[in-house]
Design a protein. Sequence first.
Length: 369
Amino acid sequence: MIGVSEEGREAVRHLLTERQSVIPREDPRSAWVNVNSGQTGYFRVLYEGALHAGQVRALREGRLSPLDRLALENDLFAFVRSGLAPIGDYVSLLESMKEEASYAVWSDIAGNLFAIDGIWALEEGWPAFRRWGAALVRPAFDRLGFLPAEKESHQRRLLRSSLLGLLVRFGEASILEEAVRRFSEYREDPARLPADLRFAVFQGAIAAGGAAAFDEVVALASRIDDQEEKNKLLYSLARTPDPALFDRALELVLSPLVRVQDAVSVIGFLAKNPTGRRRTFDFVAAHWEELYRRYESGGFALNRLVRSIADEFKTAEEEKRVADFFAAHPVPAAKRSVAQAIETIRSNREIFETHREDFVKFFGSGPTG
């Protein structure tokens, strides 16, 4: 069953009984058509040409529901990943969503922007993409403000946290400066910083605060009793852009400061640092005997470890490095995870190669760091 709505009118339901069907429009003059209105069907919709332009017009006019806005954005990115739509179409769509206020929609956008950021890290056009991303997100964040208002809804609080995380990830200068200041206030009185903003603030402080902030975060993690708060502090160390500090963060993984059950998560965050992903893999390889001894019984930890150190890679050389390592160090309990990691690397490379030209067209060439 598929629902088709024309210009926001009540959807007309059609029962699909064949692999291919032609659905006539109720009014050929309709400016836009929403296929799978209400998202009752388990399939994706690719709009092209005039149909895509009509969806964008409806989006800008505020005539799509949050669910249909989410579907439009999510479906298009899925087609980008599969190579059926150019990444420029997705970028252009997001340009039309600057007024978006739904946490559910922004949460999905954030995940997709993180994926793009990871695949294009240190590549041509990447710095410009990050500047564009910060400019896209900043208006929505500014409408919310840095701190929540009295009796603010839970959805708005979640949205603020998500947008702040994006701005920190993209290195928005004024946000990083604010994060350093807010972290200083937190050290004096933790109650001054809402719990749902702390992780992003910790990350921003690490990204912009240098060795002083790094030392302060480690010191706090060493004496704090709240394990959830301690983990946020430890995870935030992964945002350091300083290779020497990054190596210090790696060494902490096997120290008494990090619980055995939390070490894999710390490694996972470290592996997402664009300048540290290979250092993280090399660290795990160098300490594989100890790590495998900890987690060889199987379960989620070993599988997560395998995926976390490889999923951010994309080159053929990186694929070979991962394959050769696990060929020399078999992990029967995580055999499927190794295969999935190799598949993810190939997928990342395919996405990058497919969209490289279009990406550079939108974001230009220039320094990669």
